[in-house]
Each structure stands twice: as C-alpha cells, then as structure tokens.
Design a protein around this ligand. Structure first.
Ligand code: KG4
Ligand code: ZN
Length: 338
C-alpha cells in the first residue's frame, strides 16, 4: 500500500511516500527557519501562510522523487493534530481536497503517533509492547506501545516540553532558533558539570517539568553575568550544563519506566531526539535492559511526512477514514489512541 503522508503541524511543510508503512520512497521537508529565526520562535500566522505557498511544490516533489503519480497511490495520511491550528488546516484541507479530487481514502493522523511510527520505519520491530519517549517542541511523553495503534501514556510534562525549554533557553542566551540545534552546537566544547542546575521532579514518578529549569538558567545568568556579555567558554559551559540536566532527566525517567514494565524495546523520537548527547546517553541506558533501542535517524526524528504515512498505513488498513467534515485539533486531552 503506497501512502502519501502530509505534515504541516508547525513550521515544516513535509510530504513523503511510504510503502506498507515500512519503505520510504520519498521524504521531502521544507523548513521555515529563515522565516521565524529573527523572532526567536514560530510565528503562527507566518507559518500557515508559508505552508499555503509551498504545499503544492512539496507534494509534487515527493511524488516525483518516488516516481509515482497520484493514480498509483493507495491512500493519503495527514496530520490532524496536535499542533498550530492554522498550520494544521493547510495540510488537512489540502489532503481533503486531494481525496475528493482523486477518490483516494484519507486518514487523519495524530502527530505524536507519527513520531512513534518513525520507529517503525527504523529496522525491524522486535514485537510489542514497546516503550516510547516522544520528546519534541510541544511534548515530552512516555508511552507504553501495545501495538501500532495502541498507546498508553505513562508520563508527560507538567509544563514546558523539553524542546520548548531548549528554545526558550536559547532565546534568553541570545542564540539562534531553533534552540536545540544552537544549544547543541554551543555545548560541544563545554563542561556540562561546571554550572549546577536542578533535575526537576527527579525520583518523583514518570512526569517531567522543564519550566523551572529554564528559570534556573535565567537566575544563574543574572547572578553570574549580571546582564553582561557571555564569553564563548562560559556560553559553552552554560549550554552544556543545561543540556546535561535535560538529558539526565529524560534518560532517568525513561529508565524508571523500563524498571517498572518489561518491554521488547525502546523507541525514542521527536525533534529533541536529534540531540547527539541524548542519543549517546540513552543508548547507554538502554544497554542495561538488554533490549533493542529503536532510534530513528535524525531526519526522521524531526517533523517529516514519512512518519505520518507510516502511522497512517495502520489506520488506513483498519478502515479508520477521515470524516471530511472533521476539524484539526490543537491539543490532545487524552492518551493518543483515545
Ligand atoms: O518534533 P519537532 O520537529 O516538532 C515538534 O513536534 O515540536 O521538534 C522540534 C523541537 C524544537 O524545540 C527544537 O529546538 C528541538 O526539537 N530540536 C533539538 C535538536 N534539534 C531540534 N533539541 C535538541 N537538540 C537538537 N539537536
Ligand atoms: Zn513533531
């Protein structure tokens, strides 16, 4: 089954063709960093306008790279939520129109399920249940994955997501957007032990909290540098210390879940899973449990259409078609399979 996946939930316009939920035939991502960089974060109105401008060429490119035309597809999958509603609506309405014009079935995919499905695109799945950490700009969620469409939420952030903390800390340090990328680059020569920062909610269950950590960085900066310029060595140590705190909390909580429940493997995905320090540390943690670590390549961790097509495959096969009157949703109040 060849599925065209479309993703426009935030600031990437993405389309991909995936076969049988496993084989990537094309994967086209158009980022909007140029547009939002000067604001230090995503400006929703600008994001949706750019999606409108580029969605047609992005989809055309995905079909061209796959060597397919619309008539050779078996279905469409599109992100329905959570995300920025204005952005989501561009992809959703585009997919609905395409479905009407072609008669292809279309399914609305939960973006978080999509991130987990990036794991299904990454080598063989050792069976279920799996544990999954979705760590992105909007979410920090720990799941038990009982099947390709069955998810149980075990832990989540009480306030900011990990990616949001990267972005906010980068902004307060005057670093470029997206924050995760610039903090990772700055921290590469830094000493992550130099500045003592909290490990929020350490030892207190599986939930996360990152807003206090951001405030702790702000307090530290005000105390140590008193509003003055931060030199390169201090910046490297500061970003490395912040990154070390986030990574320790993420690996610690994931380890706590693996202590609680016997699983056949761990999937880690979402934009923050692109972080090399997190990838290395989590690899070490998972080794202790003697289960496979399913870690998608970086281009499948950040937002993309292939993960949406992969998740959509299972729903299309199960006949979960999108009601063409259905709306986009900005948040998911319940576990993602509900
Ligand atoms: O999954 P994603 O592309 O979009 C959402 O669903 O939110 O994640 C974007 C987030 C941003 O907060 C960005 O700063 C973060 O992922 N990110 C990173 C890295 N690359 C992207 N965080 C840490 N290290 C990175 N290398
Ligand atoms: Zn995402």
């Amino acid at each position: 089954m060849k599925i065209l996946g479309i993703e426009t939930s935030c600031d990437e316009t993405a389309a991909a063709v995936v076969e049988d939920g496993r084989v990537i035939r094309s994967n086209v991502v158009r980022t909007q960093f140029d547009l939002h960089g000067r604001y230090g974060g995503v400006v929703p109105e600008l994001a949706s306008r750019r999606h409108v401008e580029v969605i047609v060429p992005v989809v055309e490119e995905a079909l061209n790279q796959a060597g397919l035309d619309l008539a050779q597809l078996d279905g469409l999958a599109v992100t329905q939520g959570p995300g920025l509603v204005g952005s989501l609506l561009v992809g959703l309405n585009f997919a609905k129109s395409l479905a009407l014009a072609t008669g292809l079935p279309v399914v609305g995919v939960n973006h978080l399920e999509g991130h987990i499905a990036a794991g299904f695109l990454t080598g063989d799945i050792p069976g279920f249940p799996l544990a999954a950490l979705v760590v992105s700009g909007g979410h920090t969620n720990l799941y038990l994955v009982r099947g390709p469409m069955e998810f149980e939420l075990y832990g989540q952030t009480r306030d900011d997501a990990a990616g949001e903390a990267f972005d906010k800390v980068a902004k307060l340090l005057g670093l470029a957007y997206p924050g995760g990328v610039s903090i990772e680059a700055q921290s590469s020569r830094g000493d992550g032990q130099r500045f003592k920062l909290p490990r929020p909610m350490w030892g207190q269950g599986l939930d996360f909290s990152f807003s206090g950590l951001k405030t702790a960085v702000l307090t530290l900066v005000n105390r140590e540098f008193e509003g003055g310029e931060i030199g390169p060595k201090d910046m490297a140590d500061l970003t490395a210390s912040f990154q070390a705190a986030v990574v320790e909390v993420l690996t610690g909580k994931t380890s706590a879940l693996l202590d609680q429940i016997k699983v056949k493997g761990l999937i880690m995905a979402g934009g923050v899973a692109a972080n090399q320090c997190l990838r290395t540390e989590m690899t070490e943690v998972v080794k202790r449990y003697d289960v496979p670590f399913i870690l998608p390549p970086i281009n499948l961790c950040t937002d993309n259409g292939a993960m949406i097509a992969a998740a959509g495959y299972y729903h299309l096969a199960a006949g979960h078609f999108l009601d063409l009157a259905a709306d986009a949703y900005s948040r998911v109040p319940k576990p993602i399979s509900a």
